[in-house]
Design a protein around this ligand. Structure first.
Ligand SMILES: [Zn+2]
Length: 222
């Protein structure tokens, strides 16, 4: 796959940045596609731009502001508060968001002669998004092949990893510090370790703590 071209669906968050580093190891040429859908914080787009630039990969930013029209919610509207009820789909949910993003990424990928598409979706920490599930990705892969008569391969390096294992992967890729300091996961727009209070920060911090504990224990064994 070293000679192949790949496109990473890229938001500048922990997961997609881990996918970017993974793709850079696997493929000869990597580009990223970032979707601008009127995110609550412009920092998210700026953060993604900064990382793409620093890693020397081409970036295409696609205007997906129509999502705002389709599914107004807490991620895109300033006047809607973010609430997370235990065990329920968070109100940041946009129906079919990954379906749309991956379809647009595929149209673009074919145009530049890339058949590999990488996305950071994950079923392990399943947060209630049905289009993050492995069965959906496999189904979409077939659909995209049929839709465009092109041998797409969708890669999901994080599909079966928990948050601690995602940190571990970033460490194995030599990108642990970079991802910790430069990525944006926080719903309140704070880069790195974030605000510490929103659901995204809590999830990220719990995974980081679990991984650092594991790393410390391994260190002692040596
Ligand atoms: Zn936060």
């Amino acid at each position: 796959m070293k000679k192949d071209k790949a496109v990473v669906v890229f938001s500048g968050g922990q997961d997609s940045t881990t996918c970017l580093f993974w793709a850079l190891k696997q493929f000869g040429e990597v580009e990223v596609v970032t979707f601008d859908y009127g995110q609550r914080h412009k920092q998210e787009i700026e953060c993604a731009q900064r990382i793409a630039k620093e890693q020397g990969v081409g970036q295409t930013i696609m205007d997906m502001s129509l999502l705002n029209q389709l599914a107004p919610n807490a991620l895109t509207r300033d006047d809607v508060a973010i609430e997370q009820v235990e065990g329920e789909i968070p109100n940041t949910f946009v129906d079919g968001r990954n379906l749309l993003f991956l379809s647009f990424a595929a149209v673009y990928a074919k145009q530049i002669g890339a058949r590999h598409i990488i996305t950071g979706v994950c079923e392990t920490d399943f947060s209630g998004y049905p289009d993050c599930r492995d069965s959906f990705i496999k189904s979409l892969n077939v659909t995209l092949q049929l839709a465009m008569d092109y041998p797409f391969v969708i890669h999901t390096p994080l599909m079966w990893l928990n948050k601690a294992q995602t940190w571990k992967l970033s460490d194995e890729l030599g990108a642990f510090e970079y991802i910790r300091e430069k990525t944006l996961t926080c719903y309140n727009g704070v880069i790195g370790d974030g605000c510490g209070e929103c659901p995204a920060c809590q999830l990220r911090a719990a995974g980081l703590e679990a991984y650092e504990e594991e790393r410390a224990n391994n260190g002692k064994l040596l």
